[in-house]
Design a protein around this ligand. Structure first.
Ligand SMILES: NCc1[nH]cc(CCC(=O)O)c1CC(=O)O
Ligand SMILES: [Mg+2]
Length: 336
């Protein structure tokens, strides 16, 4: 018998009733293939240091890092991103340590690549670990970050990283024209296979604070900021403009940074360009989740997985997260 006034018209809860039907209609899935693991690298050997604003994250020497690299390979994490902690004595106005072929990053890349050839290695192209003032580029006498002079150094840095064996160079500096310059430099030295992951929409964000503690650039930067090159958090169209330029200049992949506060940007870039689009769950996001978890205010595993799923939903192809190893372990446990 037909009900004369059916209510509700459509029962959405029917599909949510059981686990099997929830799984049938699930639109997005997180896998270890989606993860990139950022790590902090110290000079020397047999040393680890805690990062106080990022509980659970450490800075470590290369020999210690081998263990994490091995974990990445075992758990199916495709790539690791290296961030060096450069000794204060090597920081300078001209940032020349950035393109020292015997520097910390090239040495680490070469030796990681030798031990774990199947693990993708991403290096950061920017000068902030190497400048005495903590800015991402060279400065003039007023403190303004010079564009073209900086780009010339970034191109040299990219060549050194590529020659050491970096699979992907990731300019995170936000200078204009750097992607074209880095691509040309790589090609001119025969590094035609080295990929470029462009931080195209990198915002002048307050969420980078703990990272600057971790690499020790906070003290150098002092009360300075990066507003003359990183993007204004108030802008959205500008991110499309930036991404479009980087794609034209030869970027293989685009990055949005930070993550959760910028999900709209991830979605817009993906919809507009349909290129491989990555997102960085930055240090401040990690710190927020971790602090709440430590206090017992959030369920860590559930909220971290939910945060990463939000990136997938927004259209991201991959996520840089300090939680990468934890997440890959959680996903592996779930499967067994
Ligand atoms: N080239 C700088 C750089 N590369 C990665 C991060 C931040 C990453 C994070 O917060 O986790 C930053 C911070 C900055 O712009 O000062
Ligand atoms: Mg740009």
């Amino acid at each position: 018998m037909q009900n004369s006034s059916p209510f509700p018209q459509k029962r959405m809860r029917r599909m949510r009733r059981d686990d099997f039907s929830r799984r049938m209609m699930r639109e997005h899935q997180l896998s270890s293939d989606d993860l990139i693991y950022p790590v902090f690298l110290l000079e020397g050997s047999n040393k680890t240091e805690a990062v106080s604003s990022m509980p659970g994250v450490i800075r470590q020497t290369l020999d210690k890092l081998f263990y994490q690299a091995e974990q990445c390979v075992k758990l199916g994490i495709p790539a690791m991103a290296l961030f060096p902690v450069i000794d204060a004595s090597l920081k300078s106005l001209d940032a020349k340590e950035a393109f020292n072929p015997d520097g910390l990053v090239p040495r680490a890349v070469a030796s990681l690549k030798q031990r774990f050839p199947e693990l993708g290695l991403i290096t950061d192209i920017a000068l902030d670990p190497y400048t005495s003032h903590g800015q991402d580029g060279l400065i003039d006498e007023t403190g303004y970050v010079l564009n073209d002079e900086t780009v010339a150094v970034l191109a040299k840095q990219a060549i050194v990283h590529a020659e050491a064996g970096a699979d992907i160079v990731a300019p995170s500096d936000m200078m204009d024209g750097r992607i074209a310059a880095v691509r040309a430099a790589l090609d001119s030295t025969g590094k035609i296979h080295t990929r470029i992951l462009a931080y195209s929409a990198k915002y002048a964000s307050s969420f980078y604070g703990p990272f600057r503690d971790a690499v020790g650039s906070a003290a150098n930067l002092g009360s300075g900021n990066k507003h003359t090159y990183q993007m204004d958090p108030a802008n959205s169209n500008e991110a499309l403009w930036e991404a479009g330029l980087d794609i034209e200049e030869g970027a293989d992949m685009i990055m949005v940074k930070p993550g959760m506060p910028y999900l709209d940007i991830v979605r817009r870039i993906k919809d507009e360009y349909k290129v491989p689009t990555f997102v960085y769950q930055v240090s401040g996001e990690y710190a927020m989740l971790k602090a709440a978890a430590i206090n017992g205010w959030l369920n860590e595993k559930a909220s971290v997985l939910e945060s990463l799923l939000s990136f997938k939903r927004a259209g991201a192809d991959g996520i840089l997260t300090y939680y990468a190893l934890n997440v890959a372990n959680w996903l592996a446990e779930g499967k067994s």
